[in-house]
Design a protein around this ligand. Structure first.
Ligand SMILES: COc1cc(/C=C/C(=O)SCCNC(=O)CCNC(=O)[C@H](O)C(C)(C)COP(=O)(O)OP(=O)(O)OC[C@H]2O[C@@H](n3cnc4c(N)ncnc43)[C@H](O)[C@@H]2OP(=O)(O)O)ccc1O
Length: 269
């Protein structure tokens, strides 16, 4: 893995990830196209390292798959060696890594295409925004492989699409298309073919221009507030609002608006 500060930085020693940087946006490419970006231990650990050492001046991350697919899920060839203890440790390693994505300081956007299967879908669930090309399809074939989700999917996916739909996917092997995924709340954008990464980068540039404290509140506080009891949620909201508006960044941005120095909020023409 490499994380250069230049316009682009190509694959590092292992080459499992291709990491590129443009201004404040880091692009992380899963780079095992010959294996349809199957997620082996090496790639999972490198994703973890990448999110543990995000440069301070990064404002957003885009994660995508090199080749025609986002990811075919867990590298099944590695599962053969696990006993029960190994399986538990493996799953918990995935949890730690995907938690780093979900609880990242900066927004993470998944640019999806082709197969988004099993653990690949679990990885996409940990991102904050999902952009899908029309070729994207979502599936959980764990039942056919005799296993269960192990990358946090049973916690994150039902919160996005509901328990009933996830049960249906896992029990029947149902495959959802990009548009179905979008209508069920999994993908927030469906792009034209070939434009998924471009759209994700455009969104990343936009979200990276927000005040860091607002992004922090959205990523860290909003999901907790949404699940808290209403009284606790309202208190957390007030506290977060107070912290954000007390920051000099908010004061500067509001002053700029009042002085007509910043863009107005208008619908797309
Ligand atoms: C239990 O604890 C866990 C579990 C988990 C997560 C679990 C899961 O992710 S379950 C889902 C696993 N994935 C699959 O079952 C999909 C398998 N792949 C396919 O169906 C197809 O490869 C395809 C993705 C639809 C693409 O098809 P095609 O374009 O025709 O390419 P192929 O010729 O099939 O593949 C090329 C090459 O790649 C190998 N490969 C593809 N997917 C995987 C994979 N998931 N694992 C390993 N290898 C894969 C394929 O075998 C070919 O290899 P060759 O050597 O033959 O070229 C998480 C955490 C836990 O603790």
């Amino acid at each position: 893995m490499t994380q250069g500060n230049a316009e682009t930085a190509d694959a590092g020693a292992s080459g499992l990830l291709r990491i590129e940087r443009a201004d404040r946006v880091l692009t992380v490419g899963l780079n095992r196209p010959a294996k349809r970006n199957a997620l082996n231990d090496g790639i999972i650990l490198e994703i973890g390292e990448c999110f543990a050492s995000l440069p301070e001046d990064i404002g957003a991350v885009v994660i995508h798959g090199i080749g025609d697919h986002f990811s075919s899920g867990l590298d099944l060839s590695e599962l053969q060696d696990h006993d029960a203890t190994g399986g538990l440790l493996h799953s918990q390693m995935w949890h730690r890594v995907f938690d780093r994505i979900q609880y990242s300081r900066v927004p993470v956007i998944a640019a999806l295409k082709g197969a988004v299967i099993g653990g690949g879908l679990e990885l996409a669930c940990a991102a904050h925004i999902r952009v899908a090309e029309p070729s994207t399809y979502f599936a959980l074939p764990e039942g056919q492989r005799g296993i269960f989700v192990g990358g946090g999917g049973s916690v994150r996916l039902p919160r996005l699409i509901g328990v009933a739909r996830m049960m249906d996917m896992m029990l029947t092997g149902r495959v959802y298309s990009a548009t179905e995924g979008a209508s069920y709340g999994f993908a927030q954008y469906v792009t034209e073919a070939g434009n998924g990464l471009g759209k994700a980068l455009e969104l990343a540039t936009k979200v990276a221009s927000n005040a860091p404290l607002t992004n922090f509140a959205v990523l860290q506080a909003l999901p907790m507030i949404a699940e808290a009891n209403p009284q606790a949620g309202l208190l957390m909201e007030s506290l977060m609002a107070t912290v954000a508006q007390s920051d000099k960044e908010a004061k500067r941005r509001i002053r700029e608006f009042l002085e007509h120095k910043t863009a107005k909020v208008k619908p797309k023409s």
